[in-house]
Structures are given as structure tokens and as C-alpha cells.
Design a protein around this ligand. Sequence first.
Ligand SMILES: [Fe+2]
Length: 180
Amino acid sequence: MAEIVIRNTNERITGEENVRTFLQNQDVIYESWEPAKLPEELQNNFILTDEQKNTILQIYDAEIKDLAARRGYKIWDVITLSDSTPNLNELLNKFEEVHTHTEDEIRAIVSGKGIFVIKGAGDIGYFDVELSAGDVISVPENTNHFFTLMDNRQIIAVRLFIEENGWVSSPVNDPDFKKA
Ligand SMILES: [Fe+2]
């Protein structure tokens, strides 16, 4: 279950209805998948073979096809990040730059944790969406954001894309963004 932290005020928003309402008001899609569908041997295994990644896609096939039918995604894959990922610190440094995309960035967290930092509308400023297994989130297109890991530095996520080659990241130098 996701939780929100509004960076300007340190306000933490918890509870399914509150989180859902807040994200809805920010045009952020928030849904959930059943994390228990993942067999135990895949739930905390952050070094996955291609075969295991395919197994995860098969397990969530109905959820993926449903999202694709509603929102036009054409391709999908599984990514995993952990301390076993080569150059994880370098990767995270690169991730932690505010940027936008011309299509939305949708991620279904199937194991582990992660954070999307998103620029809210109006006076809200940047807010963190702390995600755990089962959370599905979509950052709207052309919205300032970045992704990073939480302290446990472990995640498995399904990514969906509308266009294989259309997903370009544009860096944004935003004076409103202050690193936490
Ligand atoms: Fe992004």
C-alpha cells in the first residue's frame, strides 16, 4: 500500500482512500495487483533469470492485458534492481534527476519497494509516493518526476510502454526542486 509524503510540509498521507484521493487529484493513476500471486521463491529474489522474468509476466498476464487494453500499452518487461545490480549507485544517481517523458511512466511493483518523486499541481510542490509490492502507478506524461529506491534498495517491477522507441527522457532543471 502506497504512502505519500509532501516534501514542503512533511505531511504524510496514509490509508487507502486518502492515498487514492490524493493521487486522483494529481492525475496519477493508482491501482493494485495481488502481490501474493508471486510464488515465494520469486518474492524476494532480486537476481532473476530471463525465464523467471517471463514467469512473472505470465503470472500477471491478465492484469497486464487489462491495462494494455485500457491505456494502449504495446510492450512490457520486468526489471529488477538491488545491491546485486552492477553499478547500482551510478544508476541511482542517474535516476535521481528530475525529468519528463512524452508518454506516461507506468510501473507495477511486484516485489520490494521504490519511490516516485512527482511534482504536484499548484502549491503542492514535490511529493514522494512510497510504493510497495502490489502498487501500480502511472506518472502522467510531461510531469516532472524521478524514481529511486528506498533504504532496502530492492525492487522488481513490471514496466509497460506505448512505443518501444518513443520513450525519451527530457531532463528538467527545476529551481523548485530541492534534494531531500
Ligand atoms: Fe521517468
